[in-house]
Design a protein around this ligand. Structure first.
Ligand code: NAD
Length: 359
């Protein structure tokens, strides 16, 4: 048991716009190491709350609180729909990962995680690396995704990309009745870790892949894989069967919905809809949307499978289920005339709200 002191924040968590009956929100403000962090546990009905630890130079504690509340809620929905015995949580460290990260700060973060006795389990996220998580793990056993020597890799991107590949295949099958991606035209926005692994799998399946990225090196790496390059400003409206956002969030908005020419949106970026109403706008335009928190669950499935000591074969089988889950969502959306993002949320709620909260 660590000696970390939870800081009694004067912030009113419950009046925050992203508060959604979170079960626990704890703060730490440690003068010795400079650690300022928040852990939010949204829901543990299905199991311990799992979610990455993000480090970002938030402009204010209120911004950090908003982010951690929103992200931890998202993890509950993602784990529930992925069929994992896990709940949703997230941690944020307020600070610049380029300049404010020290071993002492990261070990203190490990103690902070440990103080929750396993109700929250952490993993890598933007601004933190496997090496950072290994430092945290010196203070707590509640950290996942650090055993690179096991059959699972430390980097979740390849399996995240594999889940997106399965999701794109399901969307193409549902929309066009085609079981193969051979000849399908896929426009991938972002050729980072996920976008590149995805492009490689799509090309191997015979798809024509078009990629745009603001980073020249990543563009060149995608080109070497066999992808064709498209200007950054042209990728949203590109003539393709699938638009696959694999860069940043809020990419689906009033402007991009008007521009889209692909009849399917299916990609790995988190929080693609700028506001929830954009899900319905896509449906009304006849565009099939694979909800981000369903299609990009491959990485969290891998992390949780490590927690359960599963084999890589079982992990892959569960990732391939992402396609079946999406087909179920597409069919329900078609039957009920409700957008896929709302259907997916309702399905997740059925799963995690059925079980009473344990004492
Ligand atoms: P990454 O940082 O490796 O790649 C993102 C790429 O997007 C970079 O190459 C960047 O240059 C590019 N980019 C940024 N803005 C762009 C723009 N306007 N137009 C075109 N390209 C742009 O990140 P990643 O790990 O590949 O993750 C991609 C997305 O998937 C993120 O939204 C992330 O939150 C989400 N995601 C990732 C994982 C994972 O396992 N890595 C899991 C779930 C969700």
């Amino acid at each position: 048991m660590s000696n970390i002191k939870h800081w009694n924040s004067t912030m009113d968590v419950t009046s925050s716009p992203s508060f959604d009956d979170h079960q626990k929100v704890v703060f730490v403000d440690d003068a010795d190491t400079g650690l300022q962090a928040i852990i939010a546990i949204h829901n543990t009905n299905l199991g311990p709350a799992v979610g990455g630890c993000r480090m970002f130079p938030y402009a204010s504690k209120a911004d950090a609180l908003e982010d951690v509340l929103r992200l931890s809620r998202g993890m509950t929905y993602k784990s529930a729909l992925a069929g994992l015995p896990m709940g949703g949580g997230k941690a944020v460290i307020i600070g610049d990962p380029a300049t404010q990260k020290t071993p002492a700060l990261l070990r203190r973060m490990g103690q902070f995680i440990d103080s929750l006795n396993g109700r929250y389990i952490s993993a890598e996220d933007s601004g933190t690396s496997v090496a950072d998580l290994k430092l945290m793990a010196l203070e707590t056993e509640y950290v996942l995704g650090i055993n690179e020597q096991q059959e699972f890799g430390g980097d979740p991107s390849p399996l995240t990309a594999h889940g997106i590949f399965c999701g794109i295949r399901a969307a193409v099958q549902y929309k066009f009745g085609r079981t193969s991606l051979n000849g399908a035209r896929i426009a991938v926005q972002g050729a980072g870790a996920v976008g590149r692994h995805l492009s490689k799998e799509l090309i191997a399946a015979g798809a024509e892949v078009f990629v745009a990225d603001i980073n020249t090196n990543n563009v060149l790496a995608a080109q070497e894989l066999g992808a064709r390059i498209v200007a950054v400003d042209d990728i949203v409206g590109f003539d393709a069967d699938v638009f696959s956002p694999c860069a940043m969030g809020a990419v689906i908005n009033d402007v991009s919905i008007a521009k889209l020419s692909a009849p399917i949106v299916a990609g790995g970026a988190n929080n693609q809809l700028s506001v929830p109403q954009h899900g319905e706008m896509l449906r009304k335009r006849g565009i099939l949307y694979a909800p981000d928190f369903v299609i990009n669950a491959g990485g969290i499935i891998e992390i949780c499978r490590q927690y359960q000591n599963s084999s890589i074969a079982d992990c892959n089988a569960q990732i391939e289920n992402i396609g079946d889950t999406l087909i179920e969502i597409f069919e329900l959306s078609g039957d009920k005339k409700i957008c896929t993002s709302v259907v997916a949320e309702q399905l997740a709620e059925q799963r995690f709200q059925q079980i009473p909260v344990s004492a």
